[in-house]
Design a protein around this ligand. Sequence first.
Ligand SMILES: O=C(O)[C@H](CS(=O)(=O)O)OP(=O)(O)O
Length: 267
Amino acid sequence: MEVTSYLNWNPVLADPTGQRQAKPRTLGKTMVMDKGLGPNAFQDMLSIGSSHLDMIKLGFGTSPLYPQHVLKSKINLAKENGICIYPGGTFLEVAITQNAVDSYFDMIVALGFNGVEISNGTIEFNRKFRNELIMRGLDEGLEVITEYGKKGWGSAIELEELIETVLLDTEFGASLVTIEARESGMGVGIFDHQGKCKDEEVGQVLAAVSGQQLLWEAPLKSQQVHLISMLGSDIHLGNISPDELIALEALRRGLRSDTLSLGTRKE
Ligand SMILES: O=C(O)[C@H](CS(=O)(=O)O)OP(=O)(O)O
């Protein structure tokens, strides 16, 4: 007998917040950044946490460094588990600098990726080219995730630019716009040099665009707690370390001291 079947408060135990959607969910998506998990670790992550995992980014240009059969099997496994899997935006930026955009799309489609990230965190390109990249991704049948923000230390959000980017990217068909925070979560975008969140800027962004369109990169636990406490469990969060997947879900559901008040029922 399953333990949960004789706990008559099981639904409460599973989700004290009573808010979490099942997959495929439209709210509260979690994106893990995989920087080179082996096949067993990848399988382990999915077997314990695939119901809490919506997107996997194979960080930067790690994917061409795999033995190809391992890469393909990770991609297939992710898709079998209802997960959008895509290479890091930097990999496309490398292809752009090498004039190899067509080959890039041919390659990721042939490998079986079902998503693509379009970013200009390191290089520059204009709006017209960004639109063309979004449309190319859609034409290839890929889910298109874009990104706003530069990777340089101290780079900040330009509010008007961000708003315009989110509005145009989603109008052209991007499913989500990632807000850059890098792997460190410090000194970039909405996070200051210590990794503390600039709440006022977050508020200004959300006054102008829907939070449902944004995927906040928030690699540090303190940032995940802060954003969930401020904006709720149903925000999209990314750049989560594979070994923090379940712990993040516990935060979202109020199953951890830091967010326990989220699940407090008002009798
Ligand atoms: O995978 C990438 O290219 C980067 C990695 S990190 O977030 O800068 O650590 O992700 P991106 O989503 O392109 O910013």
